[in-house]
Every structure is written in C-alpha cells, then in structure tokens.
Write a protein that binds this ligand. Sequence first.
Ligand SMILES: Cc1ncc(COP(=O)(O)O)c(C=O)c1O
Length: 424
Amino acid sequence: MVDMSREIEKIVESVRKHHELFTNALPLIASENITSNTVRMLLASDLSHRYAEGDVGRRFYQGCKYIDEIEERALRYAQELFEAEHVNVKPISGVNANIAALFALTSPKDRVMALSIPDGGHISHSRFSIPAIRGLTLETFPFDAKEMNIDVTKMLKKIKLKKPSLLLFGGSLFLFPHPLSEAREVADEVGARIVYDASHVLGLIAGNKFQDPLREGADVIASSTHKTFPGPQGAIILCREDLRERIDKAVFPGTVSNHHLHHVAGLAVTLAEMLQFGEAYASQIITNAKVLAQGLYEEGFDVLCEHKGFTESHQIAINVLKQGGGAEVATRLERANIITNKNLLPSDKDPEEPTGIRIGVQELTRMGMKESEMREIASLIGRVIIANADETKVKEDVIELRKGFQHVQYCFDGKDAYKFPELK
Ligand SMILES: Cc1ncc(COP(=O)(O)O)c(C=O)c1O
C-alpha cells in the first residue's frame, strides 16, 4: 500500500517548488496576476467550505450573516468603481460569465458575432464553444491585421447583412480598444445586444485607462477578475438596471449553483484596492507595456503595430517566425526563467505552431517594476532569442533582477508575494 501521507508531502513539495520558481522568474503571461496577502489569506479561509445560494439577505441556507456583509460590500464597491447600474459577483470564471451572458440575452439558434481565435478571440467566443450554447450560430468580426483591430467599415456592413442578435466584443489578444460606439447605432438598427468580454482589460477599465464599455454602448460587461484586474480567479458581470433580472437568473440558478464565497471576499478586497490605487496601477501598466515593446523592437524583434505605438493595453504581440516560431521561443525563454506563451496571430492556422508570442506586463507592474526594469527585460529577452546567449547565464541575471521585486504594490499589504503560506 502506498504511503498516502508521503504522497501528500510530495504534492505540497511541488507547490513549494512552484512558489520558488515564481520567486525567481519573470511572469509575463498576459492572463495572470498576483493578489495581495489579505486576498491570499481570505482564499484559504472557511468561506471556501460554505454555501450561500440566493442573494444578499435572501439565502436558501442559514449561517450566511457574515457572507451577506461581504457580498454586499463587493457589490457596492464594484458599482462605484465601474459606475455600473447592476453587478453580479457570482460567476466563478470568465467562461462561466460569458455563458451566463449569452444564456441571458439569446434565444436558441440566434446568431452571435465575435472575433476568431487568431484575430484575438477567446475559445469561449469561438466555433468550438458558441454552437454548444443553445445551438447558436457564429459569424466573425472582419479584422484588420495591420491595425490589429476590428475593421469598422466592414464590421458595420456585415452586421447589417447578417443581423446578429448579439455582438461579443473583447478578446485574449487585445492591444487596442474595440469599436463599441461605432457598433452601437447599427446594433440598434438590427436589434442586437452588445456584450463586452473585459477579462483581459478589466483592471485598465477600473483605472479609466482603456475604454469605458458601459458608456460606449455595451449592454453587459462579462469578465474574469484576475488578469489586469489583480483579484482572485473568478468573474463579475456588470450591466444596466433593465437587464438585472435576466442576468441574475442566467447566473443563478442558470449557470451557477453555489458561488465561491472565498473568491467574493477576495474580490471585495481587490475592488477596494483598485478604488484606492487603480488609476496609478493602470497608468503604469500601459507605460510599461509601451516601453517594453519599444525595447524589444530595438532589440530586433518584429513587435506588431509599431506605427501605432505598439499597444494601448498591458499586452505586446511579437511575430517570432524568424526566430523559430512561438513554441520554440517561449520554450527557450522559459529556460531563462522568463515565462511567456506562444500565441496565434492573424492568419495563423496551427495552434501548436503559431508565429507569435504574447507578453503581458500587469504582474511585474504590480510587483513595482517600472520603465528601467522594462528596458532590462527587453535586453534579457534579446540576449536569449536574438543573441543566442547561454540561457543559464541569463537566468542568473533574471534571478538577480527579481530579488528587488518581491512585494506586491498598489495594495495595503503585499510583503513576500510568492512566499508559501504556512498554516500548520
Ligand atoms: C477574453 C477572455 N475571456 C474569457 C477568458 C476565460 O476566463 P476564465 O479562465 O476565468 O474562465 C479568458 C481567459 O484567458 C479570456 O482571455
């Protein structure tokens, strides 16, 4: 019989090693972030064991007195931060939030328009997912690869022609604000709703530094809460008051039974942090992204959209075909403790061998890095990929650089961010 206590030790040991890796690495995955210590503490609290189906003050179970206090705060802070008429904090992930929004606003076999995956759409916007929801059909937004954005003229024409019931904006490769206000008028003409998936850019929206979807024409924002918005993994839906009932029902009991209460507590704390620090954080993220993009360009990389200042978000997209393609480049960078991901670019076909890599600076910005560190990171990446330097030597410099950035900023308590939490 296997010694199960030894097996458990091995699991804990792997998690410890993971913490050690991230203490010593440069995390540049655009869809991740790190929470403050209060959030980490709350994620490990008893709330993770409980149920609270229903709404604040109207639960199906007893024992929810303090959970009500917490959720009420999360709702209030989110309403204030995003100036939203209605908020739902129950979806447990971004995909769950998208499904709930589609469930709320479509009828079976309706037509949805979204970005294709190579143009930046998420898998939950794609032909792999949309038809699985109520037999919905999918049309893609026309995309201008040079501008790395939706082609407005062609989009307006296509909406008039195809008459979709729902336009799903937002994406996973998301450099520039999407043309929401341009779409609104024609959406009204054909009777289409607009959902904006803000998963990647929610923190930038919170800091008023990207676009303002609810004012520009979105009916609903569906979003995960852990990318540029530096909260716990989970999601949020923001909408107009007249859609409250539809959205709430589509979430509970439509697509969520018990929401994750420890996440709601962590979300409430992150919302408070963003009310205090959101503008400064979002502003530094965008500055850092632009500086890193410029640095990489000067290293000799084919960074997309040089003619537009590379990016208006936390992301940078690079075509690395000449350097061996996205898979090879991301693997080589990992050997130097630089963590990125291979990424499809427009016109790519093979998800295993895309031509791009995607970089996001939101986590390192949260760790306090600024312009000079971005220049240093560009040089480290250039040494590995352009100069073919010994990766183990670059790794030593990465570890050295990282030593000065171990505390989460833009919060009240971010000491030793990657330290393994001891409860024993
Ligand atoms: C645009 C977009 N929507 C939704 C998601 C999915 O979010 P989650 O992983 O929270 O389900 C992602 C994930 O990266 C995303 O990029």
